[in-house]
Design a protein around this ligand. Structure first.
Ligand code: GLN
Length: 492
């Protein structure tokens, strides 16, 4: 049996076991689709595999049936890796529904650049993972399929919105996963599940095939069980893409190097605004311990200030819903998935009935909020003002990095994973989860979360934020900390 076939079978068994436990990390996967990616020596052409009865799809521009082995010779960068894909990233094999009723049954006619690249590098695509509807949320409870459970404690959320991807990696069902970040949706679930999550610089990874939420903030991000894994996936999928006008005209992020033994000469800023009231004592103990270990590694730790941090959550929750209200206007019952005819035979009635029944409560809240802040009379008071605040937040980062700081170190989240249902009735409490993560999205800078300890068994994440295009630097620093952090050890 080939290694790849053994890997496909092992992955299918691991996903089946995870789902049998009720974790509900996956929303679309199958053993047949995993096996279809194994080149079959008996089939001429090499990669046809068994007919799985997958429905034929419209062929969009550039679309073609994936040939799984294309470009993936022995020694390809992701050989032997299995990758789960968040349900808001388009692929040609599974459904893409953004965990929303409004996209029920939809299959993409085109493939995201990130998915194509990881496939061509030899990665085995394991399936699609559960998320908050249209990536709006911090707990994966706002999914039309029901919540994902945290594999380390099934009474708790895995974080969100990329909770299914984080849970799949944490449980060991896959080695890597793609998520998406608009305001922390890779780093926060990575912290809650005890895995590594990276959000790159805005424009580093093509957004082609990532369903739009807040286009000026959205980025695909990567999960791995360690820093090198998440960084390897980032390296494979990053780099310029003519299919995304906002993609940076830059080469891919280089693959991770061996872990450095020392951080001598590295200046790490500790922004005081990220260590304020409301920080859970377990999280505080973990970041304190990690800070000492950074110092032991030879890094210079410097107190710094990002004075506009307190405006980040309100700024984010104006800009992201504003952009979402515009992006989600396309789901109208005419072009995609779900359609409900209204009471009257006119198009407005069709829109109302389709959108009213297709979108869940959080998405409706965002659309209402977004159209409100964009409406004539309120635009200057909210949207324009949020843009000014965003500029200040961006300038705060530029100032500290301009003053010789190589990276910032902060907690990823104010608390460890919370209980299912705990924040559901209080949207503002849910939004405050993003307090330490949404700043990087607003500023466009790269950031990474890695496990730095556990409190009563619950993982705690530490975050490195880097300057624009500073992925390689934060990966290097995180690798050094990872080796000594005691990511699975209790902190107090
Ligand atoms: N939790 C944030 C929100 O609900 C971030 C979501 C994301 O990054 N996709 O908008």
């Amino acid at each position: 049996m080939s290694d790849r076939r053994a890997l496909a079978e092992r992955t299918a068994r691991a996903i089946a076991a995870l789902e049998a436990r009720g974790t509900h990390a996956f929303v679309d996967w199958s053993e047949q689709e995993l096996e279809r990616q194994v080149p079959d020596a008996k089939v001429p052409g090499g990669s046809a595999g068994p007919d799985t009865g997958t429905p034929k799809r419209a062929q969009g521009p550039g679309a073609k049936t994936p040939s799984w082995t294309e470009g993936a010779g022995a020694g390809a960068a992701l050989d032997g890796e299995t990758v789960a894909i968040k349900d808001n990233i388009c692929d040609l094999t599974f459904h893409t529904t953004c965990s929303s009723r409004i996209l029920e049954g939809w299959r993409s006619p085109f493939e995201a650049t990130a998915v194509r690249r990881l496939r061509e590098a030899g990665g085995l695509v394991a399936g699609k993972t559960n998320c908050d509807e249209f990536a709006m949320g911090s707990s994966t409870e706002f999914s039309c399929y029901g919540p994902t459970l945290n594999p380390l404690d099934p009474a708790r959320v895995p974080g969100g919105s990329s909770g299914g991807s984080a849970a799949a990696v944490a449980a060991g069902a896959v080695s890597m996963a793609l998520g998406s970040e608009t305001g922390g949706s890779v780093r926060q679930p990575a912290a809650f599940c005890g895995v590594v999550g990276i959000k790159p610089t805005y424009g580093r990874i093509s957004r082609y095939g990532l369903v739009a939420f807040g286009s000026s903030l959205d980025q695909i991000g990567t999960f791995g069980s360690d820093v090198a894994g998440a960084a390897r996936l980032l390296s494979v999928i990053s780099g310029r893409d003519p299919l995304d006008a906002t993609s940076l005209d830059r080469d891919p992020v280089p693959p991770p190097r061996p872990t450095p033994a020392s951080l001598a000469g590295t200046v790490i800023g500790v922004p005081r605004e990220y260590y304020g009231e409301g920080l859970h004592p377990g999280v505080a103990a973990a970041v304190r311990r990690a800070t000492e270990r950074l110092r032991d590694l030879g890094a210079e730790l410097r107190d710094v200030s990002l004075p506009h941090t307190r405006y980040a959550v309100p700024t984010y929750y104006v800009i992201a819903p504003a952009e979402a209200s515009s992006n989600l206007a396309r789901y109208d019952g005419v072009r995609y998935g779900h359609r409900v005819a209204g009471d009257e035979a006119d198009v407005r009635s069709l829109y109302r009935a389709t959108r009213g029944s297709g979108f869940g409560p959080e998405v409706r809240r965002r659309i209402l909020l977004g159209t409100y802040v964009l409406s004539a009379g309120f635009y200057d008071a909210y949207y324009a003002k949020a843009h000014r605040a965003r500029e200040r937040i961006r300038a705060d980062f530029a100032a500290v990095f301009g003053a010789g700081v190589h990276a910032l170190f902060t907690p990823t989240t104010p608390t460890p994973a919370f209980k299912l249902g705990e924040n559901l009735a209080d949207p503002v409490a849910m939004y405050l989860q993003d307090i330490y993560v949404c700043t990087a999205n607003l500023a466009g800078v790269p950031a990474l979360s890695l496990p730095i300890g556990r409190d009563q068994g619950l993982p705690i994440g530490g975050q490195f934020i880097g300057p624009m295009e500073g992925e390689a630097a934060i990966v290097r620093i995180a690798q050094a900390l990872e080796r000594v952090a005691g990511g699975t050890e209790e902190v107090r």
